[in-house]
Design a protein around this ligand. Structure first.
Ligand code: BES
Ligand code: ZN
Length: 841
């Protein structure tokens, strides 16, 4: 981290304890508050600077002395109090009174709206502080290393419930208001605080260790929390055991919020969720939602240790929070639901995202300098989350699960209630395992990208060469990685330490590389060896994970123009007998990219025919209706296959989808998304109206989202236009509108219209989503990246030169790079694809 970050607060004072009282007015959409901060003066100073944004500070007192001079720095988001005479070393008290607005921007202290079961419209207030919005709620030292204790009081209407990080200590009623005071928190960072006020209801249960876990919802929905409650309890039990350090707070609340920007937020002891990420309806929720909810809970609860108990010193190490919670979240989900095939699915859920994002030249190292809120918001991306999780998994394989866990325990024991850096983690793990963890891992966290390993079979054995993999094609580059290369000879797996440009393995044996796909790299087999591995894949004499790796790497090599598209298509023919969801999920993603990139091409009907040949046998195999006790992944496979049969224009599938849509009241939850979307893809105005009325009448938020997603599948320009208008209408919550825009952009028939729409409504979108958060980033990625013409490229480049977004600088660069890759890909592969397809007629 740069030590000279001008955005850091001066080090002359630090907070020890806050007494904070907040009094929201839900009708006026405002709040007022007072805060008393006990400070330690480390160096004599006549100025106290702390963070505050969009707040009015109406009075300031230091040690009984009223401060009259207050200055603001808009850029740094700080307020400075200038004292008449300097403070000396020792302790000091700063008392402030302030006022603010309860916004609708889903950040800071904000309002959310909901309807009671009888239809009455209501409002609640909640918070989202990570990374830098605590300062929008109260003046504070809003940096992760400025840990402190907090005593919180909420002054609220008598009939409402107040929730914060800690349990209620006392309540005193006066007139129609009450003051709810919470127990003092442990030492913690400001971004993890949470305050909620509303009419909540809850269900609760205790863990083995006696922690009370509760699920909170708006009135009438608490029964939808029982799945989450069960997962929460079991997950906390699992972590208590795995970490060997018990969850330190007396309670854990998990609250479903009707308006929420991200998926969930790990506030210590008061975790907040989007409704669709927490609530499960036993009769109406599909398996996919259950898996998603289980994972999100596991991810947020992992943060109670990674992030909350031990916190990164600065946001340059955000991955310590997010990469770990991602890896740990899957680990816990696998432990709780062992028959879900979690580690196979890890490929489509994380590895694939990580390898894709990180193959752009405009990617960034995991440890990355970030100075201001715009840059901080930018690093909540696939590199911090997915690549972070992948390299942790790689390291666990290298060290062995037991030593790895022992190292983690040492890390937590040493650093709890404090802050850490990436180096602290390597030290703890290296010591426990007595291996050079630091040297190896540094090459993965401080360098951008990852290697492709070219492997050639020779008379003596194998020759290997590593070079950085760029999706835009080969380019000279000197980066080297310390690769723990897992190699199997069929009976034993060894890990070779590959840290030079080339390596030779002397052997007469037939080796397999990247065992279990735990390594973060791609493999490029030289052609004879490729044919050999290909044949083994066809006979299934290599494990499923490695067949998935072969498929995915081959496609990536085609995209990067290492090899030509026929090779990939031939390989797909070898996969005809495969039945695994993850493998087909990945293939489907790749084929849909071909549909998107060659939208409108004359050979599209042949591509459809090819897909029907590929997916037809699978469709026969899975059928439409679920068999009793089917595996979860079989359910997912059915969804992928039916959608793909639809995209391939299979008439029987389309007809059946239409028939089932007409009888949608009886549709199995696991088929709803599929049927709605397929109905829309062949639908007309009446279908559009049906879906909108489904959206409006559904009481379950996830059902609304299924309808909304389907509305983005229409092909007719006038219906596409109606969907876009609907997305920005008052019917659709802001938290969902940006997701809809992304869906619409992913529909090849709608992408031009979506881009035009975003351009036209740019001002409105910026007003809505501000320039922090991640909604704008998601919109930009989704609408710009699919294009593959020079004209659109120029247009988009010009647009973003004029319209910058503070935290989307990298996203714009990446979208432009993706378009350049698309243009080159199309040029290189279009004719080859056409010829190959024609030869299959
Ligand atoms: N800490 C994040 C929430 C967050 C995201 C805060 C972005 C600020 C900006 C939380 O732990 C998280 O990672 N949420 C994910 C869901 C998760 C299960 C992948 C999200 O909201 O996307
Ligand atoms: Zn997280």
């Amino acid at each position: 981290m740069k030590t000279n970050n001008p955005y850091l607060l001066p080090a002359s004072v630090k907070p020890l304890h806050y007494d904070l009282e907040l009094a929201p007015d839900l009708d006026k959409k405002t709040f007022s508050g007072t805060v008393d901060i006990q400070l330690q003066v480390l160096e004599p100073t006549a100025a106290i600077t702390l963070h505050a944004r969009t707040l009015t500070i109406s009075s300031a007192v230091v040690n009984e002395e009223k401060i009259t001079k207050q200055t603001q720095d808009k850029e740094k988001e700080t307020t400075t109090f200038h004292l008449a005479k300097p403070l000396q070393k020792g302790s000091t008290r700063l008392s402030l009174a302030f006022q603010g607005k309860l916004g609708e921007d889903l950040r800071g202290f904000y309002q959310s709206t909901y309807a009671l079961p009888d239809g009455t419209k209501k409002r609640l207030a909640t918070t989202q502080f990570e990374p830098t919005d605590a300062r929008k709620c109260f003046p504070c030292f809003d940096e992760p290393a400025q840990k402190s204790t907090f005593s919180i009081t909420l002054n609220i209407p008598k009939n409402l419930i107040g929730i914060s990080n800690m349990p209620v200590e006392r309540e005193t009623v006066r007139g129609d208001r009450k003051r709810v005071t919470f127990q003092k928190t442990p030492v913690m960072s400001t971004y993890l605080l949470a305050f909620l006020i509303g009419e909540f209801e809850s269900i609760s249960k205790k863990t083995k260790a006696g922690t009370t876990v509760s699920i909170w919802t708006t009135p009438g929905k608490k029964q939808l929390g029982s799945f989450a409650l069960d997962v929460g309890i079991r997950c906390l039990d699992f972590y208590n055991d795995y970490f060997g350090i018990p969850y330190p707070l007396p309670k854990l609340d998990m609250i479903a919020i009707p308006d929420f920007e991200s998926g969930a937020m790990e506030n210590w002891g008061a975790v907040t969720y989007r409704e669709t990420a927490l609530l499960i309806d036993d009769e109406n929720s599909p398996a996919a939602n259950k898996q998603n909810t289980a994972y999100i809970i596991a991810h947020e609860l992992a943060h109670q240790w990674f992030g909350n108990l031990v916190t990164m010193r600065w946001w340059n190490d955000l991955w310590l929070n997010e990469g770990f919670a991602t890896w740990m979240g899957w680990k816990a989900t696998d432990n709780l639901f062992p028959d879900w095939d979690i580690w196979t699915q890890f490929y489509v859920n994380e590895i694939d995202n990580a390898l894709s994002s990180d193959s752009l030249e405009n990617s960034h190292p995991i440890e990355v300098d970030v100075l201001n809120p715009g840059e901080i918001n930018e690093v909540f991306d696939d590199v911090s989350y997915a690549k972070g999780a992948c390299i942790i998994r790689m390291l666990e394989q290298y060290l062995g699960a037991q030593l790895f866990r022992r190292g983690l325990k040492n890390y937590f024991t040493k650093l709890m209630y404090g802050n850490s850096t990436t180096a602290d983690l390597w030290d703890a793990l290296g010591k426990a395992a007595n291996k050079p963890v630091h040297a190896m891992m540094q090459s993965w966290t401080q360098q951008t990208g990852y290697p492709v390993i070219t492997i050639k079979r020779t008379k003596e054995g194998y020759e290997l060469k590593q070079e950085r993999f760029f999706l835009h094609g080969k380019k000279a580059d000197t980066t080297l990685w310390h690769i723990p290369l897992a190699v199997s000879d069929g009976s034993t797996t060894t890990v070779e330490y590959f840290n030079q440009r080339t390596m030779t393995l002397k052997t007469t044996k037939d080796l397999r590389f990247n065992v279990e796909l735990a390594g973060f790299y791609r493999i490029n087999y030289e052609s004879d060896l490729f044919a050999h591995v290909n044949a083994k894949a066809k006979q299934k004499t290599i494990p499923l994970m490695e067949r998935i790796g072969l498929e995915a790497d081959t496609y990536a090599l085609v995209r990067a123009r290492y090899i030509s598209i026929e090779t990939y298509l031939d390989l797909l023919e070898a996969f005809k007998g495969e039945r695994d969801y993850t493998l087909w999920g990945d293939i489907t993603g790749n084929l849909r990219q071909l549909y998107s990139q060659f939208h409108g091409a004359h050979f599209l009907p042949q591509l459809q025919k090819f897909s029907r040949i590929l997916y037809g046998p699978l469709a026969q195999h899975v059928g439409w209706d679920e068999r009793p006790n089917e595996k979860q992944t079989e359910i997912f496979l059915r969804q992928v296959v039916l959608v793909m049969m639809g995209v391939s224009g299979d008439e029987a599938t389309m007809k059946e989808a239409q028939r089932r849509f007409a009888e949608r009241q009886r549709l199995h939850p696991n088929l709803r998304s599929t049927v709605y979307s397929l109905a829309a893809s062949q639908g007309n105005k009446a279908t559009w109206n049906d879906l909108v009325s489904l959206y409006k009448t559904a009481s379950l938020q996830e059902e609304k989202m299924r309808a909304l997603a389907a509305l983005c599948w229409f092909k007719q320009p006038e219906l596409i236009k109606k969907t876009l208008d609907f997305l920005l209408s008052t019917e659709v919550r802001s938290q969902d509108a940006f997701i809809g825009l992304g869906r619409s952009a992913a529909n090849p028939y709608a992408r031009d219209a979506t881009w035009a729409f975003v351009k036209k409504h740019w001002g409105e979108l910026v007003d809505r989503y501000g320039s922090g958060g991640h909604a704008m980033v998601r919109i930009i990625e989704a609408v710009a990246s699919p294009f593959n013409t020079r004209g659109k490229y120029k247009e988009i480049e010009t647009f973003f030169k004029k319209h910058s977004v503070s935290n989307a600088r990298r996203a714009i660069q990446q979208a432009l790079e993706s378009m350049r890759i698309n243009i080159a890909f199309k040029k290189e592969q279009e004719d080859k694809l056409a010829t190959w397809l024609a030869s299959r007629r």
